[in-house]
Design a protein around this ligand. Sequence first.
Ligand code: UD1
Length: 370
Amino acid sequence: MKRITTVVGARPQFIKYSLLGRCLRQSGFEPILVHTGQHYDPMLSQIFFSELNIPEPDVNLGIGSDTPSRQIGRMMMALEEEFATRRPDGVLVFGDTNSTLAAALTAIKANLPLIHVEAGVRGHNRALPEEHNRRLTDHLADLLVCHHESAAELLRNEKVSGQIAVLGDIMRETVAHFLPQALERCTLMDELELDGEGFGLLTIHRPTNADDPAALVEILNGVNGLEMPVVFPIHPRTRKQFVNLEGDWPNVRIIDPLSYLDMLAVLSQARLIVTDSGGLQKESLFVGTPCVTLRGETEWIETTEAAGLNLLTGDRPTAETIRNAASTILRRFDRDWKNAPPEKLDQFIEQYFGPVNVSSRIARALDDFL
Ligand code: UD1
């Protein structure tokens, strides 16, 4: 039985593992799950394990927050020991977090085959930690799993040395799998008294927005003027800054971070999302909600260029830029998507993010590869 160690550490990675972990087990692998401890608040970590029925990690390295280099270095030291103890046949990582890069570097140094899921994604902004992490991980990986042929082409142009496989987008599968139960059980809209008139959803966690009080105030002023209530599940990083802010935002409802199912339900019912997250841009497309992205670039150009459901504000947007972007994307949504048959969105997603059985395709690719 081949042993696959998956290393996760941040919220989106627990979600991405939920179906793949099950599928690996069913496909005859021995899955080992290592949690670096990068996210440790219960609402950023434990809630995902219990809600999505993910088995407890085999080990939690408990690394927690630190400067990037210290965090990655400490993760590497702990991972080296973990890999030496259990000697996996392959190490699998997702996306672009510090946990991803730490595991990738350690796997290579231990001569273990490295599999990178969500390979070939670029924001082309070298200042962002996620860009360092994903680029380096792609160049270390032995098997690179891409969501679309465009990602594979990018990797070939960058001359990566690993084997490339276009298998589809793992988050698309997760949304398709969990959305029906999310809608069935979510009571949050009632609790927050968000009726049918339409509400917005705001998330902020990137250092450029979350760590800068002036930038945060502009964002809050912007969404407060959207003429709809805006729900704001707040990341701990952002909450820390919040105590220093001065202002009044009566339309903004601050709540704790949401579980995955609650997030899917709220996102799919929202009239608009305003976010600086990478993953939520994609998820908003999958549920057909228009998106304003508080950044200068996106890794997911399919959402902006091809679908036209996502609009970038540029870096450090002013309140006015945010309001203008919101009215533009809402107008565009009403014109192009609101009355379109549901098949139009399904076909689009299928074309750019592949079929829904991505986990089993990854399991099969791993079987061939190892
Ligand atoms: C990380 C990822 C980002 C991903 C996001 C999902 C990196 C570089 N960034 O960003 O790509 O989209 O997770 O949420 O890996 N903190 C807490 N409690 C926690 C975790 C973090 O209070 O459980 C605070 C810490 O003070 C820390 C700050 O948040 O300094 C940032 O945490 P970190 O994990 O470095 O980055 P995220 O902003 O969560």
